[in-house]
Design a protein around this ligand. Structure first.
Ligand code: HEC
Ligand code: HEC
Ligand code: HEC
Ligand code: HEC
Length: 180
């Protein structure tokens, strides 16, 4: 056998020996437009509408107000939308590499699906979504203690914080899949 053929065989064998996940890409943030494609209908549970009608969809815009700039000036010396100290609870995607943001992702969408559920490029295919264990493997974040999770933002580090009543607040944004 020619030396070049042997080299080729060696190269293929080497490639096959590498575990498949060596080249696995990191999940990217897809944006609410992508999630909403399948999470919009009444049958699915209208997660998109519930989110859109909630304050979470306005959380970035809340930083564009005069009130926000006044709070930010005192705390950070900058405008609110230029302060990482404010952005961290009011949106997603400002503290990651731009390569982590898909073409439809918008920072202006504030606290959005993937803020709470994790970057979705790998779990968004239908076949994965229907299998929770698989989806979790591909980056879907589960929340065992929902109230504790909410309190990672709804706490006294928020300059406008007063209190957080979980039951009342969860009732305002919960978005279950209807039992069929
Ligand atoms: C191609 C369609 C499709 C897309 C796109 C999609 N989903 Fe899903 N998703 C589904 C289906 C179908 C289910 C299963 C619903 C059920 O329980 O019957 C599901 C379930 C879920 C669940 C519940 C998982 C569980 O079992 O507890 C979450 C959370 C979720 N999706 C979030 C998202 C987010 C966030 C995005 C955007 C990154 C997204 N989905 C994009 C179709 C989709
Ligand atoms: C990433 C940070 C973050 C997380 C996590 C978060 N929130 Fe929020 N939430 C916000 C911000 C910021 C606002 C204010 C948006 C505005 O006023 O425009 C808000 C506002 C709200 C509001 C509207 C307040 C009102 O008085 O009507 C409700 C309800 C709410 N959140 C419920 C929840 C619940 C329930 C959870 C947990 C499942 C949760 N939030 C998790 C950041 C977060
Ligand atoms: C620890 C998370 C967190 C941080 C940090 C944070 N916020 Fe918020 N912000 C929230 C939450 C949650 C709410 C809604 C409930 C509340 O007022 O606590 C909110 C509400 C607001 C509101 C009221 C919106 C309305 O509808 O009236 C403004 C304005 C605001 N934040 C500005 C800021 C500014 C400016 C900064 C930075 C100096 C900041 N926030 C930092 C979590 C945070
Ligand atoms: C403020 C955080 C937050 C936001 C924003 C959010 N979710 Fe959720 N979502 C949760 C929590 C908490 C649960 C319940 C516990 C869990 O399954 O992790 C949940 C549950 C779900 C479920 C499963 C419901 C069931 O009956 O099992 C789906 C589907 C879902 N979310 C989709 C979405 C989609 C799509 C968006 C955006 C349009 C979105 N979520 C926005 C926090 C959020």
């Amino acid at each position: 056998m020619k030396k070049s053929a042997l080299l080729l065989i060696a190269a293929v064998a080497f490639y096959l020996a590498i575990p498949a996940n060596t080249f696995a890409q990191k999940a990217t943030y897809e944006g609410v437009a992508v999630c909403s494609m399948c999470h919009k209908t009444e049958k699915a549970g209208q997660q998109f509408k519930i989110w859109q009608d909630s304050k979470h969809s306005q959380a970035y815009k809340a930083l564009e107000t005069a009130k926000a700039d006044e709070i930010a000036k005192a705390k950070t010396g900058k405008k609110a939308v230029e302060s990482p100290e404010c952005l961290k609870c009011h949106t997603t995607g400002t503290d990651v590499d731009k390569a982590m943001l898909g073409p439809k992702f918008k920072v202006e969408d504030g606290v959005q699906c993937e803020t709470c559920h994790g970057a979705g490029s790998l779990y968004k295919p239908m076949g994965v979504m229907k299998n929770k264990a698989e989806a979790v493997k591909k980056g879907l974040v589960e929340h065992k203690d929902i109230a504790k999770y909410c309190e990672t933002c709804h706490n006294s580090q928020s300059p406008t914080f007063k209190e957080f009543k979980f039951d009342e607040m969860w009732a305002k944004i919960k978005h279950s899949v209807p039992k069929s």
